[in-house]
Design a protein around this ligand. Structure first.
Ligand SMILES: Cc1cc2nc3c(=O)[nH]c(=O)nc-3n(C[C@H](O)[C@H](O)[C@H](O)COP(=O)(O)O)c2cc1C
Length: 203
């Protein structure tokens, strides 16, 4: 039997340095196996040390945090109910500006690495958003606030074992972000500053 893993990560007092880390970019197409083979669709972001200097030295593995998307993608269910249930929210960048854009914020889990199970040659950054969407959102502007590390990247004897571990990762994210110091001020449920996620122009 696989050893049990902690169901929560990080201190209850909130993320510790170097977190939160920021990353942004336009969602690009991956190999598409995340949705088809694993049942966990992922949005890929370019791994580029010029755009995201910290990514060069950070260890491969699974990370958690918050994601904002602009434009807001279509969801399955009635948006306001589903969004508040998942701790997600839709926000306008700056309500005082006529040109303001709408962003939606969701919890996310992210894999950075070579996907040992698939033996990729290039390092990738893949984000699974903890929300159900009816469409893909290639080309959307994505910003990430990465609040902590969950575990190292692993190889697996079977696809089912990888799927099982990703499902546990999602549970760890829900439990960990549900604490006040890890939830965003912007969602009305926490104290963590997530203003960068919905800023009109990220600095
Ligand atoms: C939360 C999460 C954890 C993951 N952990 C691993 C891992 O430990 N080892 C691994 O080989 N791949 C891992 N993956 C990556 C999957 O293999 C990846 O999503 C899959 O290769 C699909 O990529 P594609 O959509 O670009 O085809 C993880 C993915 C997610 C979303």
């Amino acid at each position: 039997m696989a050893p049990t893993r902690p169901s929560i990560v990080g201190l209850s007092t909130g993320p510790e340095p170097p977190y939160p880390l920021r990353m942004e970019g336009k969602v690009i197409k991956g190999f598409g196996r995340g949705a088809k083979e694993l049942g966990f669709p992922t949005a890929n972001l370019p791994v580029d040390g010029n755009l995201t200097p910290w990514i060069v030295n950070i260890k491969s593995g699974v990370y958690l945090g918050w994601v904002s998307l602009c434009p807001v993608p279509s969801s399955h269910a009635n948006q306001p109910t589903t969004l508040s249930e998942t701790g997600a929210t839709t926000m306008t960048s700056d309500a005082t500006q006529a040109s303001s854009r709408k962003f939606s914020i969701y919890p996310m889990v992210m894999s950075i690495g070579y996907n040992k199970f698939y033996k990729n040659k290039e390092r990738s950054a893949e984000v699974h958003v903890l929300h159900e969407f009816v469409t893909t959102f290639y080309g959307a502007e994505m910003r990430l606030l990465i609040t902590g590390f969950i575990r190292e990247e692993k190889d697996y004897p079977t696809r089912e074992a990888l799927i099982e571990d990703i499902a546990i990762d999602c549970e760890v994210v829900r439990n960990s972000l549900d604490r006040e110091a890890w939830a965003l001020r912007e969602t009305g449920k926490g104290t963590l500053d997530g203003s960068w996620l919905t800023r009109e122009t990220p600095e």
